[in-house]
Write a protein that binds this ligand. Structure first.
Ligand code: COA
Length: 163
């Protein structure tokens, strides 16, 4: 596999990111978050969300491998809000490259501590974050609004000192 190339997402990436986000979300979350939230996580909803996010902020970075989007991160201030790697690239090291970039971006924003929320029972993601030096700080009920309704996702708060 060629080394991943990291670059800011552009509007040309919106469909690829939304496809990957939709697939990855449904790999990791159904049964672990309220069913009403899972029902609202449609491909269309991810398309709208990614299009807005890429157009309005400069906080999405993609990892490209052989011309394909293999994964992406989204940052919001000191929060690493999304870390997603497509199925074919899991276990390949792309995730570590992306998370390291996310940590650098949070630090460059002037923050010393990065945090993220990971759903209780998303064992693969939690194992990955621990291996990358993140610390489980405990329960974090995380409010998520989808199509006008707010749901509480049972999460754990992970942190890492980055500055
Ligand atoms: C989370 C994610 C980015 C991690 O990337 P990855 O390439 O899969 O990560 P890695 O394979 O390097 O590491 C995963 C770890 O979990 C372990 N693992 C694999 N499958 C597992 C499972 N079903 N249960 C528990 N641990 C598992 C791996 O062995 C590895 O641990 P190790 O290095 O100690 O052996 C990726 O799996 C993903 O995109 N998942 C779907 C979306 C998601 O959950 N995103 C995070 C939201 S907070």
């Amino acid at each position: 596999m060629a080394d991943p190339i990291l670059r800011p997402a552009t509007t040309d990436d919106v469909e690829s990111i939304a496809d990957l986000f939709h697939r990855g979300w449904h790999d990791a979350h159904p049964g672990k978050v309220p069913d009403g939230l899972t029902e609202r996580r449609t491909r269309e909803a991810f398309g709208d969300r990614v299009a807005r996010r890429v157009a309005e902020t400069n906080e999405t970075t993609v990892a490209e491998v052989d011309g394909a989007v293999a994964g992406f991160i989204m940052i919001d201030g000191d929060e690493v809000e999304q870390v997603y790697v497509d199925r074919a690239f899991r276990g390949s090291g792309v995730a570590a490259v992306l998370l390291t970039a996310a940590e650098r971006q949070v630090a460059a924003g002037g923050h010393r501590l990065a945090w993220l929320a990971v759903v209780v029972g998303n064992d693969r993601a939690q194992a990955f974050y621990r291996r990358q030096g993140w610390v489980d700080e405990g329960d974090l009920p995380y409010p998520v609004t989808a199509l006008g309704e707010t749901f509480i996702s049972p999460c754990r708060r992970f942190t890492k000192r980055v500055g």
